[in-house]
Design a protein around this ligand. Structure first.
Ligand SMILES: [Zn+2]
Ligand SMILES: [Zn+2]
Length: 317
C-alpha cells in the first residue's frame, strides 16, 4: 500500500502532498529544504504516535501531539535509524541502530535456553506445576519412573542418612550410585550419589500422586528430580543449581547481554563459549543461536527465523 501524505506543514513545509510507493525511496534536497521535517517530524513522528497510542489508555500519561499534516495514510509500525548513528560506533549493528537490541536482550534473558558452563547440562528451573506437567506429558507414551537426588558426588559413608531413609521410605526405594542399596557400608573416601525412588507412574496415576512426589522431594531438601522412561532420562531442577554437576548459577538479566567477558574483554575465549559475553549470558541460546550469532544473520535470515516463532508458554505468565 502506498503511503499518502497530504498537506504536510511541519516546520517550513508548505502544505506538501506526496505518495511513496513500495521499495527504496530516497528523499534528497539542499540543506534546509525540509527533508527532516518530512521524514522524521511528519512521517516517523506520526507512525510512532499512532503505534504507541494502541498501548495507551486515554487516562495515562500525556499523549504525543499529532504532526502538522492534513492526512497521512498507509503507515504501519516504523523504525527510524538515526542520522549519522551507524558510522559513529564500531559495534553498531542494524539491531542497535534501530533500537531493537534491548528487545533481543530481553528475549534471550527470559526465553533463551541455558546450559551449565561447567558440564554443559541443560539448565532449567521449573516450578512444581511445570514438573508435574513434564511427568504427565511423558506418562502419555510410557510408564515413567521418578527419582529424587539427595546426595550428589559427595564423599562419606552417609550411614546416618541411609538408615534414616530406610526407616522413612523402605530399603527398596533407596538408591546408591544408581542401583538399589544392599545395606552394604559405603566406602567413605569415594564420592557417592544417593537418591530415592519416588515411584513408577502409569497413565492411570492421579495428578495428586505426582504432586506428592514433587513435594516430598522438596521436603527432603533435594532440588532435582530425574524423570525416566524406557528410552530417555531428563533431570529437572527446582532451584538455580545444575542438576547434573551441582554448579550454582544466578539469574540472567538483560544487562548481562550488554556486558563483556571478564576473561577476554569481549575478544572471545573458551571461558565465554567464544561469545565475548558475560559468563551468565555466554551459555544462553535461542533457537540454537547465541546472541552474537543471531546478530550476525542477514535481515533475510533473521526474518526466516522469527517468522514462524510461537510465543513460549511461559510468556503468558
Ligand atoms: Zn553442570
Ligand atoms: Zn571470553
Amino acid at each position: 500500500m502506498d503511503i499518502k501524505i497530504r498537506g504536510a506543514k511541519e516546520n517550513n513545509l508548505k502544505s506538501v502532498d506526496i505518495d511513496i510507493g513500495d521499495g527504496l525511496t530516497v528523499v534528497t534536497g539542499i540543506s534546509g529544504s525540509g527533508k527532516t521535517s518530512l521524514v522524521f517530524d511528519t512521517l516517523y513522528h506520526e507512525a510512532r504516535r499512532r503505534f504507541l497510542d494502541i498501548f495507551r489508555s486515554s487516562s495515562s500519561r500525556v499523549r504525543m501531539p499529532p504532526a502538522n499534516v492534513r492526512s497521512l495514510t498507509g503507515i504501519g509500525p516504523t523504525i527510524a535509524v538515526g542520522q549519522n548513528l551507524l558510522n559513529l560506533n564500531p559495534n553498531s549493528t542494524l539491531a542497535s541502530a534501530s533500537g531493537l537490541h534491548p528487545f533481543f536482550r530481553l528475549l534471550y534473558s527470559r526465553f533463551g535456553t541455558r546450559s551449565c558452563l561447567s558440564c554443559g547440562a541443560n539448565l532449567q528451573v521449573l516450578t512444581e506445576d511445570e514438573i508435574v506437567a513434564v511427568i504427565k506429558q511423558k506418562m502419555k507414551k510410557d510408564d515413567v519412573s521418578v527419582t529424587s537426588a539427595l546426595i550428589r558426588q559427595t564423599k562419606g559413608s552417609h550411614r546416618t542418612l541411609l538408615e534414616l531413609l530406610v526407616t522413612e521410605f523402605g530399603l527398596e526405594r533407596v538408591l546408591v550410585d544408581g542401583a538399589a542399596w544392599k545395606k552394604k557400608q559405603l566406602k567413605s573416601d569415594v564420592p557417592h550419589d544417593i537418591s530415592i525412588r519416588m515411584g513408577t507412574f502409569t497413565a492411570d496415576t492421579k495428578t495428586s500422586q505426582l504432586r506428592e512426589a514433587v513435594q516430598t522431594t522438596k521436603a527432603l531438601g533435594s532440588n532435582s528430580i530425574a524423570i525416566r522412561d524406557s528410552n530417555s532420562i531428563i533431570v529437572v531442577s527446582m532451584s538455580s543449581v545444575c542438576a547434573q554437576c551441582g554448579s550454582w548459577y544466578g539469574a540472567v538479566e538483560p544487562k548481562h547481554f550488554g556486558m563483556k567477558c571478564i576473561h577476554c574483554g569481549g575478544k572471545t575465549c573458551e571461558k565465554c563459549n567464544y561469545t565475548g559475553l558475560h559468563q551468565k549470558a555466554a551459555s544462553v541460546r535461542w533457537k540454537g543461536k547465541s546472541l552474537p550469532e543471531l546478530m550476525s544473520l542477514s535481515v533475510a535470515e533473521a526474518y526466516q527465523l522469527f517468522k514462524d516463532v510461537e510465543l513460549p508458554s511461559t510468556a503468558k505468565r
